[in-house]
Design a protein around this ligand. Structure first.
Ligand SMILES: NC(=O)c1ccc[n+]([C@@H]2O[C@H](COP(=O)([O-])OP(=O)(O)OC[C@H]3O[C@@H](n4cnc5c(N)ncnc54)[C@H](OP(=O)(O)O)[C@@H]3O)[C@@H](O)[C@H]2O)c1
Length: 252
């Protein structure tokens, strides 16, 4: 346990696995009170136990970011438990890649719902208390992707959602940074070893992805949580706005 974030309160969405889980552990290890959100309640409960056993403070709030009332309840429970909100890690996301000509329109819809609307619902629910708590402002961490800088075959709609997240990050910076002390960082990971690819139903793309990465080394979730931690532990005058982090083995 260290104390760079002692007294701060953080919400982490998508904390039941991968980058979100690693981010929750990293923030808690720096002394933040961490509220972990996702749909899989058992995973969240196990994570809270782990964090508490290591001397940290955490609260599990099962949440579906595609439902506005669920996200509002998440923020309400956070404020009831800890009285303030300093950091939002807007991380929940899905990536059911497919070629456009296969018209997996339902998967396109789900990506838009989770990766864009979910991110916006979380911002809408968190921003009022960040703006109201006077002086301290708040920190929004949006997990976009290297795909938010360039599309790739099979990743067009996913990439579009991550371009949107980057635009949202840049717009928040323009509107809320200097005036309201709301800092925002866009985290743009390359390929990370997590469960994200488990939900790809287009077998051509799933096979292509696994073949391409069979002999290469992906990032670990903790490599990305280190980048998140770097951004949110800077002094108030420092606004880290964008971090692109790729595996050394990844060219584009
Ligand atoms: N892995 C990579 O290569 C990579 C690269 C660049 C960017 N990213 C981004 O990193 C973020 C985290 O992904 P990951 O790689 O850590 O994958 P992951 O292990 O699959 O984690 C995704 C998380 O999102 C949650 N989630 C999905 N739908 C949700 C919903 N409707 N409501 C609430 N939570 C939901 C999942 O929890 P539940 O299923 O329990 O709800 C899970 O905790 C995503 O935004 C992803 O796009 C990943």
């Amino acid at each position: 346990m260290s104390d760079k974030l002692r007294g701060k309160v953080a919400i982490v969405t998508g904390a039941s696995s991968g980058i979100g889980e690693a981010a929750a552990r990293a923030l808690a290890a720096e002394g933040a009170h961490v509220v972990v959100a996702a749909r899989r309640a058992e995973r969240l409960a196990a994570l809270v136990s782990d964090i508490e056993e290591s001397g940290g403070t955490a609260l599990a709030v099962p949440t579906d970011v595609t439902k506005r009332e669920s996200v509002e309840a998440l923020v309400r429970q956070t404020l009831d438990a800890f009285g303030r909100l300093d950091i939002l890690v807007n991380n929940a996301g899905i990536m059911p890649l497919s070629l456009i000509r296969k018209l997996h329109v339902e998967e396109w819809d789900r990506m838009i719902d989770v990766n864009i609307k979910g991110v916006l619902y979380c911002i809408a629910a968190c921003l009022p208390s960040m703006l109201d708590q006077g002086g301290g402002g708040g920190h929004i961490v949006n997990v976009s992707s290297v795909a938010g800088r360039r599309p790739f075959p099979g990743g067009t709609i996913y990439s579009a959602t991550k371009f949107a997240v980057r635009a949202i990050s840049q717009g928040i910076h323009l509107e809320l940074s200097a005036k309201d002390r709301i800092r925002v960082v866009d985290i743009e990971p390359g390929v990370v070893a997590t469960e994200l690819t488990d939900h790809i139903t287009d077998e051509d793309i799933a096979t292509r992805f696994e073949t391409t990465w069979a002999d290469k080394t992906r990032l670990r979730a903790s490599d990305v949580s280190e980048a998140i931690l770097f951004a949110v532990t800077q002094p108030d005058r420092v606004n880290v706005n964008e971090i692109l982090v790729r595996p050394t083995d990844q060219e584009t």
